[in-house]
Design a protein around this ligand. Structure first.
Ligand code: FAD
Length: 377
């Protein structure tokens, strides 16, 4: 099959673009100021099929695929990146369940997740270091038909609002991914991080103290948890970051371009000053190039390619999407002079959000480690 956008993907792009302009843009400043998780908006995006975008129809999804998901995240993040981050992280759990979950787990959790009635978080990182999850110290001791979980997770996006957590823990010397429902005794949200951006998407610490869950909450085969967790981060997390990076870059570029056409100095729009025009040209060219590189990575997932085949393509997209946002956003602030720093121009807000893409789904250095291994092989 040729690589191109289908008619359905083009229609989705246009529909999400309109939705973001009509329903997110007018609320973006207020949402950021309040910093509360927008449950109503999540419900709206579920109604239009975005929350279940990559989930099979039989489990309540719209089954539009990974390229469609990236396009939707991009269009949303063009206007309000924290909502893109909700999809980037929430979908980790959706994907782990739909790919490795038992039939019972899929029937129980996927339909309410796709309807936006439930939220799921993915809890891997610990204080011992996110880049090396083999240092996981959280334990899940098997006692009869139950796991007893003890430990601590840090920087877990959505944990504070989640109904369900996908938790990486060690049983003896093996890793397991285990579902823990909110309200289970011994499962406690102990802190909300004070972070620079993504203000409506909470990032929390979790503590587990003798937290007992049924053995049937295991996702996938016993001992395969590390592979499941890392695959979710690679396939879902990194393509999600690429989409957010593209969206932030486009939002900032569009704002800077509009400003450069309207702001007049020396009797003409500043966009006619060559230094400013060339900066806008650089943005335009890089966005277009990185967009197609990223779409191609997502498209290959839709063609059934596995992480071993396309992990490097996805790592390139994450690396470049993050760098793109963090290059375009500050340049847009600069082009807009003093106005760039005003919240009313919506660029400095996106710059704050862009910073979070550095560590998300693996740091830039870890992307280079992945790509480096491949070119040296
Ligand atoms: C806003 C936010 C949301 C997050 N959401 C989640 C979530 O939902 N779930 C979750 O489990 N985690 C989440 N994380 C954690 C995230 O995955 C980690 O921050 C990330 O993996 C890096 O881990 P670390 O912060 O412990 O840094 P470390 O792993 O300690 O790394 C420190 C530095 O060393 C560098 N480094 C590490 N290894 C190498 C290497 N081999 N070569 C060269 N340099 C290297 C890193 O690039 C980094 O610069 C989130 C983090 C943030 C900031």
């Amino acid at each position: 099959m040729d690589f191109n956008l289908t008619r359905q993907q083009e229609m989705l792009r246009d529909a999400v673009h309109e939705f973001a302009d009509a329903e997110l843009a007018p609320r973006a400043l207020e949402l950021d100021e309040k910093g509360e998780f927008p449950f109503d908006i999540v419900k709206r995006t579920a109604e239009i099929g975005l929350v279940g975008i990559m989930t099979p129809k039989e489990y309540g999804g719209t089954e539009m695929g990974h390229l469609a998901r990236m396009i939707a995240i991009e269009e949303i993040s063009r206007v309000y990146p924290p909502l893109g981050f909700f999809f980037q992280t929430g979908h980790l759990g959706h994907w782990s369940l739909q790919t490795y979950g038992t039939e019972e787990q899929k029937r129980k959790y996927l339909p309410p997740l796709c309807k936006g009635e439930m939220v799921i978080c993915d809890a891997i990182t610990e204080p011992s270091g996110g880049s090396d999850p083999t240092t996981t110290q959280t334990t899940a001791e098997l006692a009869g038909n139950e796991f007893i979980i003890n430990g601590r997770k840090v920087y877990i996006t959505l944990a504070g609002v989640a109904d369900l957590a996908c938790v990486l823990a060690k049983t003896d010397d093996k890793f397991n991914e285990i579902l823990v429902e909110k309200g289970t005794p011994g499962f406690e949200i102990t802190r909300r991080e004070s972070i620079a951006g993504f203000r409506t998407t909470p990032v929390n610490e979790i503590a587990f103290t003798d937290c007992r869950v049924p053995k049937s909450n295991l996702i996938g085969q016993e001992g395969k948890g590390l592979g499941i967790g890392l695959s979710a981060i690679s396939v879902i997390g990194r393509t999600g970051v690429a989409g957010i990076g593209l969206g932030i870059a486009r939002g900032c570029y569009e704002a800077a371009l509009k400003f450069a056409k309207e702001r007049k100095l020396y009797g003409k729009p500043i966009g006619e000053l060559q230094a400013i025009q060339f900066a806008l040209v650089d943005m335009n060219v890089e966005i277009e190039a990185i967009k197609w590189l990223s779409y191609y990575a997502a498209w290959q997932i839709d063609q059934g390619k596995g992480i071993r085949e396309i992990g490097v393509d996805i790592a390139r997209a994450k690396l470049l999407g993050c760098d793109l946002a963090n290059k375009v956003a500050p340049k847009a602030v600069q082009i807009m002079g003093g106005y760039g720093l005003s919240e009313e121009y919506h660029v400095v807000r996106r710059l704050r959000d862009a910073l979070h893409l550095f560590p998300a789904a693996g740091t830039q250095e870890i992307m280079k480690v992945t790509i480096g291994r491949s070119i040296m092989a």
